[in-house]
Design a protein around this ligand. Structure first.
Ligand code: UGA
Length: 463
């Protein structure tokens, strides 16, 4: 899968930009990635990935060695010969919930200033998740900044659908590629750029810019909505004594519904869903459409965290002087990203209520400690469990499934586990002698535990 090489530059070497840069090099293009963070560029020049993403270190090493990928802190270096320039800078939420697009505007203006009036056309591609209408603002900013190149610069929206933790795979084997543009030349350039990927048969959608921008919001908001629906169902199941995992399996067997993103738990976090849902709501409201469903999705996400807290409080009574262990600190497995991680939000709340909190994560320990210095960090899951009155599963890392439950039970002060990701089976937890509170599933509660006969009770119930 190689392309007729094109000169590509990528501005912003974060989760989206760096993965895009590495992937475009891998499919045969000549890529320069730029980031204003000099430390990050220094790491990349030594071929070190600045964050955890499976497959990234190998592709970084390979493509730098082959001379297809280089790095710079200078936008001028990157855009001089580029046929396509990707804007992949961060778009954090403002306190109002709106996306902060200052970095996008700055980069667009810098690019415009550094382009030579004599050069050939450049396609400026917006890949960061941005509110619909941003491409139009970028075009205007470019025109104001450098009228001489305005006619040679075409703006494209190419929203990214990759997931952290499988970003490289998503990027090299995408399910869909979405291109919003308004010129035949821009469409042609994007087709040429993506040909090695489309040759493999992924769905390739060309549309107008606004539709592309809205489709990205609509997709992330719908994923968030599915998760919040599952979390509301979990609450209903807890009250009714049913099992939300089985309910989701049964729903998911209907292809119209689908099983994915129906996992109830601590709620959704990360840099995308929480901020995108807010931004979409603000945007719709700005256009004059009230979208209360999106506010409800957010409220239910908060409620999911509250539900877990409630179980910890119910189990432990007062939290002062209690030691609580957290398994998993990243916002989901497969990443070291702790941005808006439910685990850290929970840790903050527990610390505020006077508990001592110790956490362990296979990849995110350092990032978690940096974000929350009062959190103690353990070197492995057993150390995180040692002496705790309650252990909380916050992130469903696959290796946690392999833990020796009897060993875990033996090091804990109280045998209590709150499972915010339904990682363990009720039967195994009962057999190992735990008081066990899963999410949206029947617990092994105090009574069952004290009766000393959980195995008999559980045999009849769901796993
Ligand atoms: C999300 C989208 O899935 C991507 O398609 C999109 O490209 C990306 O945002 C983006 O806009 O950049 P990501 O943030 O990597 O990707 O994470 P997800 O896999 O969507 O998970 C988000 C959160 O939802 C995690 O905290 C996860 O634990 C939670 N989740 C997910 C659930 O609580 N239940 C589920 O069933 C699924």
């Amino acid at each position: 899968m190689t392309a007729s090489p094109m000169n590509v530059s990528v501005i912003g070497a974060g989760h989206v930009g760096l993965v895009a840069a590495v992937s475009f090099a891998e499919i045969g293009h000549q890529v320069v990635a730029v980031d204003e963070n000099a430390e990050k560029i220094a790491l990349l020049l030594q071929r070190v990935a600045p964050f955890h993403e499976p497959g990234l270190p190998e592709l970084l090493e390979k493509n730098v060695s082959e001379g297809k990928l280089s790095f710079s802190a200078e936008i001028a270096d990157a855009v001089r010969d580029a046929e396509v320039v990707f804007i992949c800078v961060g778009t954090p939420a403002r306190t109002s919930g709106e996306a902060n697009l200052l970095a996008v505007e700055r980069v667009a203006r810098q690019i415009a200033r550094r382009l030579d009036g004599e050069r050939g056309p450049v396609v400026l591609v917006q890949k960061s998740t941005v509110p619909a209408g941003t491409a139009g603002r970028v075009r205007r900013a470019v025109r104001l900044e450098n009228p001489a190149i305005a006619d040679r610069l075409e703006v494209v929206s190419n929203p990214e659908f990759l997931r952290e933790g499988r970003a490289v795979q998503d990027s090299l084997e995408p399910e869909r590629i979405l291109v919003g543009a308004d010129s035949a030349h821009a469409f042609e350039v994007m087709r040429r750029l993506n040909r090695p990927l489309t040759d493999k048969g992924c769905s390739y959608i060309e549309t107008d810019i606004k539709t592309a921008e809205i489709a990205k919001h609509a997709s992330n908001a719908f994923l968030a909505l599915k998760i919040s629906y599952a979390n509301a169902l979990a609450r209903v199941c807890e009250l009714a004594g049913a099992d939300v995992v089985q309910v989701a399996d049964i729903m998911g067997a209907d292809p119209r519904i689908g099983r994915s993103f129906l996992n109830a738990g601590l709620g959704f976090g990360g840099y995308c869903l929480p901020k995108d849902i807010q931004a979409f709501e603000r945007l719709a409201s700005g256009w004059g459409y009230d979208f209360p469903m999106l506010r409800e999705v957010e409220r239910l996400n908060q409620e999911a965290l509250e539900g877990t807290l409630r179980k910890i409080r119910e189990g432990l009574w007062n939290l002062e002087d209690k030691r609580i262990g957290l398994l998993g600190l990243s916002f989901k497995p497969g990443t070291d990203d702790v941005r808006l991680a439910p685990a850290l939000e929970l840790a903050k709340r527990l610390l505020r209520e006077g508990a001592l909190v110790v956490g362990y994560d296979p990849e995110a320990n350092a990032n978690a400690k940096e974000e929350l210095s009062d959190l103690q960090i353990a070197v492995d899951p057993y150390e995180a469990a040692t002496g705790v009155h309650c252990l909380v599963v916050c992130t469903e890392w696959p290796e946690f499934r392999e833990l020796d439950l009897h060993r875990l039970r033996a090091v804990m002060a109280y045998p209590m586990v709150v499972d915010g990701r339904n990682l363990f089976s009720r039967r195994d937890m009962a057999s190992a002698g735990f008081i066990y509170f899963p999410t949206g599933r029947p617990p092994v509660d105090f009574d069952a535990h004290l009766r000393g006969a959980p195995r008999v009770d559980v045999a009849a119930g769901p796993p």
